[in-house]
Ligand binder design. Structure first.
Ligand code: AMP
Length: 282
C-alpha cells in the first residue's frame, strides 16, 4: 500500500493505472476506521482491480459549532487497518493541499437537503458535494462506495453524480452495527458510558416501528410519535429529528408506501448520532 498526500501524485498514479485498463474502487472517509468503513473497503476490493481509500476530515462539511476539532483521528491505526484490507493507495491530503484559501468555487446542493440532517446542519451537504467533486476528479473512480448509514448523503451523491455527469457508479453499502444494534460510527468513542448504553434505543425504536408497519400501521405520524416516545422515555437523548420520507427523493409521505426511509438524529451529552432503516412496501 502506498500513502499519497498530494493531488498531483494521486492523479498521475490513477491515470497510469487506468491507462492499463484497471478499474478503480474508491472509498471516501474521514478516518478513525471501524468495521463500517472496512465493509466498504472489502466490497470495493472484491469488485475492482485497484482500491483507493481517502482519509480527509473535510472542514467544509462542519458547521461553526460542530465537532471538527474533536473529530477522532488516528492515522497510524487507520494506515495499518487499510493495509490489512488490501488497499492499494491511501490518499491522505492536508487541508491546505485540498483547498485554496479562500476557495473561488464551491458547490451548492439544490435538492434533498431541506430535510433530515440538511435542515439542522446548513451547508453540510454543500461541503460534502464540494469535497466529493474534488475527490472524484482526483481519484477518477470507476465505482464509489458509500454507507447507507448516511442515507441522505447517498441520496445527495446520487444527484451529484447524475447532475454533474460523473462517470462513476455509486455503490450503497448496508449499515454495520455493534452487537447490541447501535450503528457503528467513528463518533461512538466520544459517547459517555451511560449514553453509550442508552443509545441502543435508537435501533430498538426503528425495529419497533418496522414491526408496527408489518402489523399494518400506515400512518407516518403515528410511527414518528412512537419512536420519539421510546427515545425520550428510555434515554436522556435530545431528539434533533425523526422523519419518514420517500427514498431517495426525500419527500414527505402521507401514508407508508413504496420505498421510504425512517431516519433519526439524537444528541447525547457530547455526540450527535444518526440511524435509519430504508424499507420498501410490496
Ligand atoms: P465517514 O468517515 O463517517 O465520513 O464515513 C465514511 C463512509 O463510511 C461513509 O460512506 C459512511 O456512510 C460509511 N459508514 C460509516 N459508518 C458506517 C456503518 N456503520 N456501516 C456502513 N457504512 C458506514
Amino acid at each position: 500500500m502506498r500513502v499519497i498526500t498530494t493531488v498531483k501524485e494521486m492523479q498521475s498514479e490513477v491515470i497510469k493505472q487506468k491507462g492499463q485498463g484497471k478499474s478503480v474502487g474508491f472509498v471516501p472517509t474521514m478516518g478513525f476506521l471501524h468495521e463500517g468503513h472496512l465493509s466498504l473497503i472489502k466490497k470495493a476490493r472484491k469488485e475492482n482491480d485497484l482500491v483507493v481509500l481517502s482519509i480527509f476530515v473535510n472542514p467544509l462539511q462542519f458547521g461553526p459549532n460542530e465537532d471538527f476539532a474533536t473529530y477522532p483521528r488516528d492515522f497510524e491505526r487507520d494506515r495499518a487497518l487499510a493495509e490489512c484490507e488490501g488497499v492499494d493507495f491511501l490518499f491522505h491530503p492536508s487541508v491546505e493541499e485540498m483547498y485554496s484559501n479562500p476557495s473561488s468555487v464551491t458547490l451548492v446542493v439544490q435538492a434533498r437537503t431541506d430535510v433530515l440532517c440538511g435542515k439542522s446542519r446548513p451547508g453540510h451537504f454543500d461541503g460534502v458535494a464540494t469535497v466529493l467533486t474534488k475527490l472524484f476528479h482526483i481519484v477518477q473512480p470507476t465505482r464509489a462506495y458509500f454507507g447507507k448509514k448516511d442515507a441522505q448523503q447517498v441520496a445527495v451523491v446520487e444527484g451529484l453524480i447524475t447532475d454533474l455527469n460523473f462517470p462513476v457508479e455509486l455503490v450503497p453499502v448496508d449499515i454495520v452495527r455493534e452487537a447490541d444494534g447501535l450503528a457503528k460510527s467513528s463518533r461512538n468513542v466520544n459517547l459517555l458510558p451511560e449514553d453509550r448504553q442508552k443509545a441502543v434505543v435508537l435501533h430498538k425504536s426503528l425495529l419497533q416501528a418496522k414491526k408496527l408497519i408489518g402489523e399494518g400501521e400506515r400512518k407516518p405520524d403515528a410511527l414518528i410519535s412512537l419512536i420519539k416516545e421510546m427515545i425520550t422515555s428510555e434515554s436522556s437523548g435530545r431528539i434533533d429529528y425523526v422523519e419518514i420520507l420517500s427514498y431517495p427523493e426525500l419527500l414527505p409521505l402521507e401514508r407508508i408506501e413504496g420505498k421510504f426511509i425512517i431516519a433519526l438524529a439524537v444528541h447525547f451529552t457530547n455526540v450527535r448520532l444518526i440511524d435509519n432503516f430504508i424499507l420498501e412496501m410490496d
